[in-house]
Ligand binder design. Structure first.
Ligand code: SF4
Ligand code: SF4
Length: 99
C-alpha cells in the first residue's frame, strides 16, 4: 500500500509539539553503535544559535543539549549527517574519521 500525504501536516510551533525519531534522549540506546561511522559531525559553537533542530532530527538521540553548548555523543552517533543537513546555520561539519 502506498503511503499517503498528510495534507493537514503543519510544522511544530514549539518544542513540546516536536516529534522525535527512534530515540528521544542521549543515552537511550543500550549499545555503542558508532563502529561503522565514516564521517563524524562537528558542531561549530560560534555559528550555532541553539535552535535544537539537530537535536530533534537526530534519529539516535546522540546530540546532548544538557550543557551550555550542544555536544555529540560519539559512542552513539552513526555519522548519518542528518543533523548537518538540517542545520539552518551550517554549524555542523561532517569530518572524515581519522582527521
Ligand atoms: S541545528 Fe545548527 S544552529 Fe540549530 S542547534 Fe543544531 S547546530 Fe545549532
Ligand atoms: S550524524 Fe546522525 S547520528 Fe550523528 S549526531 Fe548527526 S543526526 Fe545524530
Amino acid at each position: 500500500m502506498k503511503p499517503r500525504l498528510n495534507k493537514d501536516y503543519r510544522l511544530p510551533a514549539s518544542e513540546e509539539e516536536m516529534t522525535f525519531g527512534t530515540a528521544c534522549a542521549t543515552g537511550l540506546l543500550t549499545a555503542v553503535n558508532s563502529g561503522w561511522r565514516t564521517f563524524r559531525p562537528v558542531i561549530d559553537s560560534m555559528k550555532c544559535v541553539h535552535c535544537l533542530i539537530c537535536w530533534v532530527c537526530c534519529p539516535d538521540g546522540a546530540i546532548d543539549r544538557e550543557g551550555r553548548e550542544l555536544s555529540v555523543d560519539y559512542d552513539y552517533c552513526k555519522g548519518c549527517g542528518i543533523c548537518a543537513h538540517e542545520c539552518p546555520r551550517q554549524a555542523i561539519s561532517m569530518v572524515k574519521e581519522g582527521k
